[in-house]
Ligand binder design. Structure first.
Ligand code: PCD
Length: 783
């Protein structure tokens, strides 16, 4: 049962989410709910071809269509210097196609009309003369010397984008040379998409009289969007107000700046009126940032007893037509080099080569911004391959290789300093709770009867909280985050943060943090995010960074207020400041029992009775530069049964033991874990965006790209261990991504474990029933 919000000391309590009454009653206000007078609607014409030269675009018929006010092409934007825009990974991307198109569904032209229907109808009247060009969908073929060059705008005449490496190549080679055992596994993490319920969209409102642009957008990072728009459009940053209203799910999809936004702004600038653009489901899946698409080869060098020695990883990253992955500047492949995971490797070497193909750009995120999911999946999968080769139980193999509790802070061979963890404890708890030994016995009996039951383990390490200013920036802007707290005379608080939640529950959890620090109840604290005119600058909500960064800022900002409050309390208690004691809910005077003042008393005095020399009012701002990232971890176990006749997998049980340090709100964390596991389940079993050889996107809708329903979704069991982050002010680590980072490997490991008597060592996701049915058939099981 969720508790009321009115309690004091709310930290660590499952109080009900403050945002839910409005969400549950249909009173949320999303970008499409922004309906303003004289607003026009925009629709975008997209390319049917994956690669084609544009010979001519004729917009005259569209322009003459009913209600149409404006038609824009790449040429028009070029005149405004907006035909190309910078991407977050240092590349440039076409806003509307210039000369050629590079992927199916690429933005070619836009129509602005009085109604959405008129705009869409007029799209049909635009004539584009395309000359199809040879298409490259396979990133390996894209690297062949005779492959057509896709990006003619670049100086480098090749489809290779960049090479990135991490770790020590030579040392790793040496370890491999002498190792008694080496396993090698090719692993594909397929192209997927976060596909939030609410697609992307915006309303651009440029006021020609004031020169001010108000831009409503469903955004995870409103301040970054404002800076990018200012840089692109030349409108001074203070003249741009970005408002990100309620966000109907982000999952990484709402970090990027998409061409549609730029076109909507350009249209509003040209017409001086409001322009709304809301994309369709197909536009969302087929053109906005996909996730993953990594082709990885992993090698582990080990001793006969399973003790791992070296790790070598080679990866081809398919980035599509433009390198639009959202990564901190210094990490073109994100934090993929966390791939040594929870294990104590002596040496590691990781390399990634990024490649252009005729597919949608992106590579941003899907409940994992910075390529951690790929890394966790790869190492957890390959550890199982090693266990299978050496015939060592996968749990036992992990125990033999874990970074031990006493090794923290632990420096990984690729350079990360893990802040804390207790991997052994977490896996032990998971094994006990699931009844591991019993399950293995049951499995042995079933195997003897020819049945296929599998148990899959994943003991992953996450890396979240980007990040420390020395290593983390986006567009040069350091990745700190911020909080501003105002305590009003009656002791009620408004706090604004630089992040922007999309359903995570910040209105509750950040109120809990501040209330805890100020001796108030969460009910007394209103959290506001998403308006760049009022919120302090911050980098946004993704990569599970809000709690590690803005959460820390909120706690430290509240402490700043408490320090000032102490001065006022001393005045009210008529004692010296040093004699004031704070017990979590009130100030009292040392040695004077019975005399105390609450934060509410102090707040009132801050506006009515301040001592001499103290500024009136009670507010503070805090910009938090994290000293390190936080490293949550978990032990997940999946138990599956495979239907021999159909190849269908039933996830009979799934237990997730997470460690995200101190928990602010256990119910919210559990909800986060359920959501992330459901997405991990979808990726493991049903999600993929394949392309045919002509570059046609084969899953641009929810008939082909599947989102699990309540009926598909397994029952989730959860538990936790608590290893507080030693450097975070309240000892918390992020958790939102963890279940999606950790779970795909558990599912696949379980299925491979079930099929291991047939000699199966690996199957690439998604684990469609037909794939498993085929394997069974090849072994004469279901003829
Ligand atoms: N928490 C607590 N405790 C702890 C931790 C945490 O309580 N220890 C909580 C908080 O506060 C919040 C949540 O939980 O409320 C979460 O958190 P985090 O982890 O920090 O995170 P963030 O930053 O806030 O968020 C982000 C994430 C992500 S990343 C994603 S994808 C997803 C998740 O989040 N998304 C989403 N979740 C979610 N949910 C919802 N509802 N929706 C959405 O959209 Mo990316 O990068 O973007 O891919």
């Amino acid at each position: 049962m969720a508790l009321q919000q009115t309690e004091l000391r709310p930290m660590g309590k499952s109080i009900a989410r403050k945002e839910d009454p409005r969400f549950l009653r249909g009173k949320g206000r999303y970008v499409d709910d922004v309906i303003l007078p004289n607003m026009l609607y925009m629709a975008i014409l997209r390319s049917p071809y994956a690669h084609a030269r544009i010979r001519r675009i004729d917009t005259s018929a569209a322009l003459a269509a009913p209600g149409v006010k404006l038609v824009l092409t790449g040429e028009d934007l070029a005149k405004m210097n907006l035909a190309w825009m910078p991407t977050l990974n240092g590349d440039q991307q076409m806003v509307l196609a210039v000369d050629k198109v590079l992927f199916q569904y690429q933005e070619v032209a836009a129509v602005v009309a009085e109604t959405r229907a008129q705009a869409e109808d007029a799209l049909q009247l635009i004539e584009v003369d395309y000359e199809p060009l040879p298409v490259v969908v396979d990133p390996f073929k894209a690297l062949e010397p005779d492959a057509p060059i896709l990006r003619e705008d670049r100086e480098k005449k090749s489809n290779h984008i960049w090479h990135w490496e991490s770790g020590d190549r030579e040392e790793t080679e040496n370890v491999f040379r002498d190792a008694p055992v080496v396993v090698k596994q090719d692993v594909r993490f397929q192209r997927v998409h976060p596909s939030p319920l609410e697609p992307c969209g915006c309303v651009a409102d440029y006021n020609t009289a004031t020169g001010r642009l108000t831009f409503y957008v469903t955004s995870q990072a409103p301040h970054v969007h404002r800076t990018v728009i200012a840089m692109l459009s030349g409108i001074p940053e203070h003249q741009i107000r970005v408002i990100s209203p309620d966000v109907g799910g982000g999952f990484g999809n709402k970090v990027g700046v998409y061409p549609g936004y730029v076109v909507a702004v350009a249209a509003s600038l040209k017409l001086g009126v409001l322009v709304k653009w809301i994309e369709t489901r197909t536009e969302n899946i087929a053109s906005t940032s996909f996730a993953r698409d990594f082709h990885m080869t992993c090698e582990i060098a080990a001793r006969e007893d399973g003790r791992v020695l070296g790790l070598r990883v080679k990866t081809i990253a398919d980035h599509g037509a433009f390198d639009a992955a959202a990564n901190p500047t210094k990490f073109p492949a994100g934090l993929f080099n966390i791939v040594t995971g929870s294990y104590d490797f002596k040496a590691a070497f990781v390399e990634v080569d990024a490649v252009y193909t005729n597919k949608a750009p992106g590579g941003v995120a899907y409940r994992c911004s910075f390529r951690v999911t790929e890394a966790a999946y790869l190492i957890e999968r390959t550890m199982d391959v090693l266990a299978q080769r050496l015939k060592i139980d996968p749990a036992e193999l992990r125990f033999r290789n874990f970074i031990r509790k006493d090794q923290f802070p632990y420096k990984s061979p690729t350079g990360w300093v893990y802040d804390s963890g207790d991997y052994e404890k977490t896996l032990k708890l998971a094994l006990e709770r699931i009844g591991y030994d019993e399950l293995r016995k049951e499995q042995a009996e079933k195997r003897a009867r020819g049945e296929f039951m599998g148990i899959g383990i994943s003991t992953f390490t996450e890396i979240v909280g980007g990040g420390p200013k020395n290593t983390f920036d986006i567009l040069g802007i350091k990745m700190f985050d911020s909080a501003e707290i105002r305590v009003h005379p009656t002791g009620k608080v408004i706090a604004r943060l630089g992040v922007r939640h999309q359903g995570q529950g910040h209105e509750t959890t950040f109120a809990q943090i501040i209330a805890e620090e100020l001796g108030l109840s969460a009910d007394d604290v209103l959290i506001e995010e998403g308006d760049t005119d009022t919120a302090p600058y911050g980098l946004g909500t993704y990569a599970s960074r809000s709690t590690p960064t803005a959460g820390a800022a909120a706690a430290l900002c509240a402490r700043r207020i408490r320090e000032k409050a102490r001065k006022i309390a001393a005045h009210l208690l008529e004692v010296g400041e040093d004699d004031v004691v704070w017990d979590g809910t009130a100030f009292s005077a040392k040695g004077l029992p019975g005399k105390s003042v609450t934060m509410k008393d102090v707040a009132f005095a801050a506006y009515t009775d301040v001592p001499d020399g103290v500024e009136p009012g009670l507010e503070a701002t805090y910009y938090y530069d994290p000293p390190n990232l936080t490293f949550p971890h978990g032990a997940y176990i999946a138990v599956v049964d495979i239907d021999k006749g159909t190849g269908a997998v039933k996830v009979r049980r799934f237990l997730a033991v997470d460690d995200c340090g101190n928990v602010i709100n256990p119910m919210i964390v559990e909800g986060q874990v359920h959501g992330g596991l459901t997405e991990g389940f979808a990726i493991a079993f049903m999600q993929d965006i394949p392309y045919d050889s002509n570059g046609n996107c084969l899953a641009p809708n929810w008939m082909d790209y599947l989102v699990p329903t309540a009926l598909d979704t397994p029952h989730w069991e959860t538990d936790r261990t608590v290893t507080p982050s030693p450097h975070h002010p309240i000892g918390a680590k992020g958790v939102g991504e963890s279940p999606n980072v950790g779970s795909p490997a558990a599912f696949v490991n379980a299925v491979v474990d079930a099929l291991s008597p047939l000699g199966v060592e690996h199957i690439d996701m998604p684990l469609y029933p037909w794939k498993i049915w085929k394997i069974l058939r090849e072994h004469g099981i279901n003829e």
